[in-house]
Design a protein around this ligand. Structure first.
Ligand SMILES: [Zn+2]
Length: 145
C-alpha cells in the first residue's frame, strides 16, 4: 500500500501582528483607476511580501469607512470574486509607481525582519471580508460595523 503523500496546508499560517503602516497611508481614491492591476499585502512568504493580486473594476462605496473605494475582481476569489476595498489597501502591480513603492519598501522594512528565516506562508491577519463583500482592514473594523 502506498502511503498518502504529505501535502502542506493549503491555507496560510495565521500569525497576527499589528500593521501600523496601512492605516497611516496617505493615498487618494484618484490614485487608482479602473483596469489597474493591484495587490493587497496580507503577509509574507520566504522573505518576501505576500498578497492577493486583483484587478480594479469600478468605483464603489466602501461602507466600513464611509469613503470612496474600489470594486475589485479576484480571479481566484470564488464566491468572493468581487470585493470592495479602500484605496489605502491597494498597491500598484506590474508598473513602477513611486507612491506605492514607498509603501511597499516600508512594509518590507517592517515585516521581513520579523519573519527572517521563515519559509511558510504567513497571513498577518489584517483583513476580513464582510457578508457584503467589503474588504476591511482590522484598523477600520474597530468602529463595530
Ligand atoms: Zn500607485
Amino acid at each position: 500500500m502506498i502511503p498518502p503523500s504529505w501535502t502542506s496546508a493549503p491555507t496560510p499560517a495565521f500569525s497576527p501582528i499589528p500593521d501600523p503602516l496601512t492605516p497611516a497611508r496617505d493615498i487618494t481614491h484618484a490614485h487608482f483607476q479602473a483596469g489597474d492591476q493591484v495587490v493587497v499585502i496580507k503577509g509574507v512568504t520566504s522573505g518576501e511580501l505576500w498578497g492577493e493580486a486583483v484587478r480594479i473594476v469600478a468605483p464603489s462605496w466602501h461602507t466600513p469607512t464611509d469613503e470612496d473605494g474600489w470594486r475589485l475582481r479576484d480571479a481566484t476569489g470564488g464566491a468572493q470574486t468581487f470585493i470592495t476595498a479602500h484605496p489605502r489597501y491597494l498597491v500598484h502591480l506590474g508598473r513602477p509607481c513611486p507612491d506605492c513603492l514607498i509603501y511597499l519598501r516600508a512594509m518590507e522594512d517592517y515585516l521581513l525582519p520579523k519573519y527572517a528565516g521563515h519559509d511558510a506562508l504567513i497571513d498577518c491577519g489584517w483583513y476580513t471580508t464582510t457578508a457584503l463583500n467589503q474588504l476591511v482592514h482590522v484598523a477600520d473594523a474597530r468602529g463595530g460595523r
